[in-house]
Structure formats: structure tokens, C-alpha cells
Design a protein around this ligand. Structure first.
Ligand code: NCW
Length: 443
């Protein structure tokens, strides 16, 4: 199947700084909101935290070797803002930037293109404490300054950049559902946060154009394929509004410079809409180069008037992953098609796709056939989208390693490589790693 994908297609694996690096207090690194959140009792399963995580900070050479043997030609990772700027602003921490220099140089030496995410949820704690973090409009300036610094440090070698990972999660999962740091529960606040994140995305794109002349920059969104529970007019309407909340807010707005109108009106009527100032929507819709689509699942939606969204999620009947997410590969093709057609006809990278399985180490090996099946079906769905005319440029499997799965701690495993947390963080490639390697090897 690989041979059918175009020449130059990027095949990769993806990770995020707080989930794998560890060394959270080392070499001058400042704490992030996840350092703080994970150390608060009751916030993370089993009291887990990312102090050590997969210790990738010290073992990155071994991890790059795993990627090299796997045969990927790209690696998507994120930079920890507070490793480079311990307080989020001010003077660069050279030891922190050196880590990324070594990582990038080694990747390039072995022929792996880096794709770098500027923000994958680990905001410097100091910015959160001093200025209220993402609740503050000033964040766009701090994020802009951080971005400029990172572009000038690494932009000579990194050609693919992503501003934010899943702003849906850093706003609603963090400020409405309260499951991610900093764990608040208020819709008006989470809408303000979403607005500030989108402003910051636009600001980073502007800074990028000033600094890097020969690279591309995009935004990576979580993309949930939304379907109505029944064909009734009410459920179809409910699904449409829910789609605007999960997807449209972050896919449509940066293209059109307007929030999805029906949901915006609903929020406006309820008095929770974000404060929009002159110039905001222009900044938010600053032209950027590509979409990152993180695709995992679908949501089945039914009308429920008492909720502000006018709907609720119903349990679908498909097989579920360990996260409780339905396996629905068809949704990937459909979502890619919709994204391409409706959101600016831009090149698209699938920046994340993968599943959490009940992986068990048996006789020193993990037979994760379910994950192999999931990957096969999603590769084939991506191919269908390509054949239907979508300008698809790459596919990154989430994730290289089992890692710190946010509020689930280490209890959920997404890796192609098993990490033995009991035995010195030993890396053990699973069946899915060998499946992907063989897939990449074949013509
Ligand atoms: S939790 C989440 N994930 C996982 C995480 O490990 C990674 O850092 C994220 O980029 C795997 O990929 C992403 N995403 C949250 C998905 C929330 C889905 C919400 C759907 C709307 C109801």
C-alpha cells in the first residue's frame, strides 16, 4: 500500500514534551502547569506525574535509533516552552535549547525530518501564576516572543512547524471539563481561553513569516467525526451545532475569520461569548500553510435541550479502544475530505492517529494485534481520501512510545514501543512497530 502514496509523503511517529521527556527539574528547566497539576492529589490517575516520564531527555539517542530502525522519514515532537524559557519569557536557558539542538541534529543525520509543535499543553507555570496564563489576552505577545525565539534558534534546520496542538483540549478539556491542567470548569472562561489560543496561533504565524523564509507552518486540531444518533431533524441539528463546537470553532474560524455563526449566536444569547476586540479576527485568520489533523474517533450526538450545546454524546455501538473511543476509520476519510473542501483547500498532514490498547508483556513481547488492525484500517482510509483528491502530505502515528497519558497517567498505552515502567524504562518494540516497519519497507 505504501507505494501508492506519493513520493515525498511523510511517514512518521509523534510525541509531546511533557509526555515523554522527564527531567522536569533538570538543567534549569522551569515547572509547567502540568508539573503543578500532576502533583496535586486526585488530579492524575494513581498520582502519576511527568517528573521522569520515559526519560527521553537522557535517552533521545536510543529513541532516535528506534525511529531509524522503524524506517520513518519524519518525527513530530513538541518543544517544552519552560525548558527553553524557564519562566516563559526573558533569557533563554541554553542547556534547554541545547537539548533540542542535539535532538534535531541527530534526527537530520539519520535522515528524519523534524516537525515541531510549539505548544503541546505544558505552559510555563510562571506565566500561569503571574498573568493567568491563557485567560489573558497578553498571552499572544508572550507566545509570539517565545515562537520568534524558537524559530530563530531552530528554523535553519526545522522546515515544518505547528503552532498549537489541539486548542480544543487546552481550552475546553482544561477550562470547561476540568480534566487537564489547570483544571477549571467554566464555559465563559474556556471560550476566552480558546479565543486567546487562536490569537496566539495567528501571532505565531506572523512571527514565523518574519523569521523563517523557507518553511511551512500549520495548526494541529483534534478532529472528531460527528454523526447524529438518528436521522431526525432535531438530532441532525444537534450534531451540526456540536460539530461547530468541537471542530468548526478551530477549523472554520482561522479560515473565515468568523466563529461558526449558529453556535456563536447561541453563546451570545447565553452571555458567554468571548470578548472580541478590533483586529482580533484578522489576526486569527492570518494565512497559514497546512492543517494538522489528529484523528481518533467519532461522536454520536442526540438532541438534549437542557445543555448549552443543545445536545449530548450517546454511546455508539462500535468497538472501543482503552480510552473508550469508538474505532471508526471511515470517519478519517470523511473528515479529511470535509477539511480539504470546506476549510481552505490546504495541504493536510495527519499529525496523530493511533490507539490505546490493553498491552501485556508476555514472554518479553507485546502482541498488539488490535493496534495493527487499527493502523491498517486508518492507512487505508487515508489512501481513500488521497484518491478522492485530498492534498494529503503525511501520516504520523501516535505514538512512538507508551507515555504519560495526561490525567490517565501511565495507565493508557498508545506506543508502538512498550515502555517497561517497572524495569528501568526499557523500550520493547511491539508487534505494531514491526508491522509499521514492514509496511514502510515494502514498495
Ligand atoms: S487526550 C488526547 N490525545 C492523546 C494525547 O496523548 C495527545 O497528547 C493528544 O494530542 C492522544 O492524542 C491526543 N486528545 C484528546 C481528545 C479529546 C477528544 C475529545 C473529543 C470531543 C468530545
Amino acid at each position: 500500500m505504501r507505494a501508492v502514496f506519493p513520493e515525498g509523503f511523510l511517514w512518521g511517529v509523534a510525541t509531546a514534551s511533557y509526555q515523554i521527556e522527564g527531567a522536569d527539574f533538570e538543567d534549569g528547566k522551569g515547572p509547567s502547569i502540568w508539573t503543578d497539576f500532576s502533583h496535586r492529589p486526585g488530579k492524575v490517575n494513581s498520582g502519576d506525574n511527568g517528573d521522569v516520564a520515559c526519560d527521553h531527555y537522557h535517552r533521545f539517542s536510543e529513541d532516535i535509533e528506534l525511529m531509524k530502525q522503524l524506517g520513518v522519514n519524519s518525527y513530530r515532537f513538541s518543544i517544552s516552552w519552560s525548558r527553553v524559557l524557564p519562566e516563559g519569557r526573558g533569557k533563554i536557558n541554553r542547556k534547554g535549547s541545547d537539548f533540542y539542538n542535539k535532538l534535531i541534529d541527530r534526527l537530520l543525520e539519520v535522515g528524519i525530518q523534524p516537525m515541531v509543535t510549539l505548544y503541546h499543553w505544558d505552559l510555563p507555570l510562571e506565566l500561569h501564576r503571574k498573568i493567568d496564563g491563557w485567560e489573558s489576552r497578553d498571552m499572544r505577545h508572550y507566545f509570539g516572543d517565545y515562537s520568534s525565539l524558537v524559530f530563530s534558534e531552530f528554523g535553519d534546520r526545522v522546515k515544518h512547524w505547528i503552532t498549537l496542538n489541539e486548542p480544543y483540549c487546552s481550552s475546553h478539556v482544561s477550562y470547561l471539563w476540568g480534566e487537564h491542567a489547570p483544571g477549571k470548569r467554566d464555559l465563559k472562561t474556556s471560550l476566552t481561553v480558546a479565543h486567546n489560543l487562536l490569537l496566539s496561533h495567528g501571532e505565531a504565524v506572523r512571527r514565523f513569516r518574519e523569521v523563517v523564509k523557507d518553511g511551512t507552518i500549520g495548526l494541529a486540531n483534534v478532529s472528531t467525526f460527528v454523526e447524529p444518533a438518528t436521522d431526525s431533524k432535531e438530532d441532525r441539528w444537534a450534531a451540526r451545532i456540536r460539530d461547530q463546537f468541537i471542530n468548526g470553532w478551530f477549523f472554520e474560524t482561522p479560515i473565515t475569520g468568523e466563529y461558526p455563526s449558529e453556535l456563536f449566536k447561541r453563546f451570545n444569547d447565553a452571555g458567554v461569548q468571548p470578548l472580541i476586540e478590533d483586529g482580533d479576527m484578522d489576526l486569527i485568520s492570518t494565512p497559514f500553510d497546512f492543517w494538522g489533523v489528529n484523528y481518533y474517533t467519532r461522536n454520536v450526538i442526540r438532541k438534549e435541550e437542557s445543555s448549552i450545546l443543545g445536545s449530548e454524546v450517546v454511546q455508539g455501538e462500535l468497538a472501543k479502544t482503552e480510552m473508550g473511543w469508538e474505532v471508526y476509520p471511515e470517519g478519517l476519510e470523511a473528515f479529511l475530505y470535509k477539511t480539504f473542501k470546506e476549510y481552505g483547500k490546504k495541504p493536510i498532514y495527519i499529525t496523530e492517529n493511533g490507539m490505546a490498547c490493553k498491552d501485556k508483556l508476555t514472554d518479553g513481547f507485546v502482541e498488539d494485534f488490535e493496534r495493527v488492525d487499527y493502523m491498517k484500517r486508518h492507512f487505508s482510509s487515508a489512501l481513500s481520501a488521497l484518491k478522492a483528491g485530498v492534498d494529503l502530505r503525511g501520516f504520523y502515528v501516535w505514538s512512538l512510545l507508551d507515555n504519560f497519558e495526561w490525567s490517565y497517567g501511565y495507565s493508557k498505552r498508545f506506543g508502538l514501543v512498550y515502555v517497561d515502567y517497572e524495569k528501568g524504562l526499557k523500550r520493547i518494540p511491539k508487534r505494531s512497530y514491526y508491522y509499521y516497519r514492514d509496511f514502510l519497507e515494502r514498495d
